[in-house]
Each structure stands twice: as C-alpha cells, then as structure tokens.
Design a protein around this ligand. Structure first.
Ligand SMILES: C[S@@+](CC[C@H](N)C(=O)[O-])C[C@H]1O[C@@H](n2cnc3c(N)ncnc32)[C@H](O)[C@@H]1O
Length: 235
C-alpha cells in the first residue's frame, strides 16, 4: 500500500507529501550549526530537501516517511513535483490563512518549494539509502539511534484525522529512537490558528512515560498561529 491510497488522513483532500526547504527547517526548529552536526532523524520527511541539504554540508541525516513504502526513487521524484503544485494551489486558495513575510507571496512559495522538491528528487535518486520507509507509531530503528529527531507537519497538523492515542504513541516512538531531543512543529492543525486542544493532557501523559515537553517560540512565520515547536526530552 502506498500512502496515496490511505484514506485515514485527508487534510488537503489527501495528506500532502510536501517539500519544505532547509531554510524553513532551520526556522521552524530553531536549528543551530551545532544542531546540524549530530545524528538527525527527519520523520516524516516527505519530499523535503533537509536530508539532501544537510548531507551536502557533511551532516548525518536519515529521512523516514510512510510515502517511501512501495515508491521507487523515480516515483518519489514525480510525486514531489506534483505534490508541490498541489500544495501551492492550496496556499493560493487559502492565502488568508498565511502570513506573507517568510515568503513574500504565493509565487515565492511555489519557487522555493519547487527548488526543494528538485533537490529531494536528485538526492533520493543518488542516495536512496538515506530514505527509509517507516510508518508511525512504529519506526524501523534501534533505541537511541539518533541525537535529534525533527517532526514537521504530521502531528498536530492533521489532528482532525489522527487521534489522540496516535499522537501519544507516535511521540513516544520518536523519543525511543533519540538519545537527545525531539522537536515537533507546528502545534496547530492545517486551517486552524489554535494550538492542539488536548496539549495539556498530552504533556501530562508523556510525563507519565518519562518524557518532558515544553513549548518554545520560533521565528518561522507562515501559517497563522503556527509560532511554537514542542521540544521533548527524556526525564
Ligand atoms: C505534510 S508532509 C510533511 C513532510 C515534511 N516534514 C515537510 O515539512 O515538508 C506529511 C508527511 O507525513 C507522511 N506520513 C503520514 N502518515 C505517516 C506515518 N504514520 N508515519 C510516517 N509518515 C507519515 C506523509 O507521507 C507525508 O510525506
């Protein structure tokens, strides 16, 4: 089964396999140069160019996503292009949901995301071993395989389709594979400017599992209300 056929999630018709850029990741997750020098997992990585860009800088990044099941690198390259166009159509149709500062306008959004999709396409063809199929809440990595795990635009973004138990189990699993931090962005659902309604309950449940989480403001400004990441540590 490819994720394309999975009807559990349909935030923008069906879940977008998006292509955010390195600059977006740096801003969303407040990444420093030191952060980029450790073992990083990007999950879900979609068609983002983070793995390509950081690998080209000499970093150690693994990409993991459910969309990598059953899709060849050529398929993924094609999907990245078409999904970038689909995402840009959504942004143009819902321009009022976004702040136009990080991107000046929908044309710049399209240009940046197309470039990221192209970088992803080239890298996944040349280095397919960096792109590991995986479906939360179960990941194919041993405990503590990474020092930093980044997770953007799945948890909380699709809270209308992914239930609370999924959020709790997915965060627990993402924490299992990191010896250090997990950073999740954003805390709001697509089309909403309000933080995940069960966040207080979730933080309490995570604490019972030995995981401490705190909200940290970031400089990335695009979706209205999406101004914080959740940073999790082992207690
Ligand atoms: C909106 S994209 C975000 C991709 C990337 N982080 C970015 O910001 O460009 C959401 C991704 O989540 C992936 N996905 C959905 N459910 C998943 C699951 N249970 N486990 C892993 N990946 C999943 C989808 O295939 C899709 O690529």
């Amino acid at each position: 089964m490819t994720f394309e056929n999975d009807n559990r999630v349909d935030g923008i018709g069906k879940m977008l396999i998006s292509s955010r850029s390195l600059a977006e990741y740096q801003a969303m997750f407040a990444l420093t140069d030191d952060d980029l020098s450790v073992r990083i997992l990007d999950c879900p990585s979609g068609a983002a160019d983070f793995t390509s860009a950081v690998s080209n800088l000499g970093g150690n990044v693994t990409a993991c996503d459910a969309a990598y099941f059953g899709n060849s690198p050529d398929n993924l390259a094609t999907i990245a292009t078409s999904e970038t166009e689909r995402g840009n159509r959504y942004v143009r149709a819902h321009a009022e949901e976004y702040e136009w500062t990080f991107f000046a306008d929908p044309d710049e959004h399209q240009h940046v995301r197309q470039h990221a999709a192209q970088q992803f396409a080239a890298h996944v063809r040349q280095h397919p071993g960096h792109y590991i199929p995986g479906r939360l809440p179960a990941l194919p990595f041993p405990d503590d395989s990474f020092d930093l795990v980044l997770s953007s635009h799945l948890l909380f973004s699709y809270a209308d389709s992914l239930d609370h138990a999924f959020h709790l189990d997915a965060i627990t699993e993402l924490m299992r594979v990191t010896s250090g931090e997990l950073r999740i962005f954003p805390l709001v659902a697509i089309g909403s400017a309000e933080p995940y309604s069960q966040l207080v309950e979730l933080l309490s449940e995570l604490r019972a599992r030995g995981i401490a989480g705190r909200n940290v403001g970031v400089d990335y400004k695009f979706q209205k209300g999406a101004s914080h990441m959740l940073v999790c540590h082992h207690e």
